[in-house]
Design a protein around this ligand. Structure first.
Ligand SMILES: O=P(O)(O)OC[C@H]1O[C@H](OP(=O)(O)OP(=O)(O)O)[C@H](O)[C@@H]1O
Ligand code: HPA
Length: 181
């Protein structure tokens, strides 16, 4: 079914995102200063822009790996069924892991993924989400690091999609539907 017309209003500028990533990178560098075993895991697809900017600010020896998880399909509602579509390439047992996510909404994705990867016995596992939408939480989950807390709006851009579109916007915008009647 085609989606109705919508506009995108800027919520967080590219400049604000870059400034916040610098701050987050400083905190992460301090936390993981003692390790040479850090694996930074990006959750595909939404985190691909965030992880690219974050690892370039980290100034640590890191390995980058990806896991693909999906639960929304083309809609605006979580199916609450998180499917792992692509597993990590490397081993994480005994290693320090930082999971990078674009947004925590209902919490189902990160709750599932942390349980899934936690069972492989990493030495330390932390999570970072650029955006957190606490008003929509359905399962108890809090990321170790959060870029911005946002209100209950459907957002796109900076890697985040609506029906696979708008991932390439350089800013975070909120979707506003246009009533054509
Ligand atoms: O907290 P939740 O309600 O679980 O929502 C967050 C997840 O939803 C989106 O993924 P999606 O399933 O759309 O896959 P994508 O990353 O490929 O866009 C987003 O990228 C997060 O991974
Ligand atoms: O606000 C959102 N926008 C796009 N995808 C999402 N997945 C969870 N929340 C969102």
């Amino acid at each position: 079914m085609p989606h109705p017309n919508y506009a995108i209003d800027e919520m967080i500028s590219a400049k604000s995102i870059a400034a916040r990533i610098e701050e987050l990178a400083r905190e992460i560098r301090t936390e993981f200063a003692d390790t040479d075993k850090l694996v930074v895991v990006g959750l595909l697809r939404g985190s691909f822009v965030f992880i690219a900017d974050l690892v370039r600010e980290l100034d640590l020896a890191v390995e980058v790996d990806f896991l693909e998880a999906s639960s929304y399909g083309d809609g605006m509602e979580s199916t609450r069924e998180v499917r792992i579509l692509k597993d990590l390439r490397g081993q994480i047992e005994g290693r320090d892991v930082l999971i990078v996510e674009d947004i925590v909404d209902t919490g189902h994705t990160l709750a599932h993924v942390t349980k899934f990867l936690g069972s492989r016995k990493p030495a330390r596992m932390k999570t970072i989400a650029l955006l957190d939408k606490p008003a929509r939480r359905e399962v108890d989950f809090k990321a170790s690091y959060i870029g911005f807390e946002i209100p209950d709006e459907f957002v796109v851009g900076y890697g985040i999609d609506f029906a696979q579109r708008n991932r390439n916007l350089p800013f975070i915008g909120k979707v506003r539907f246009i009533d054509e009647s």
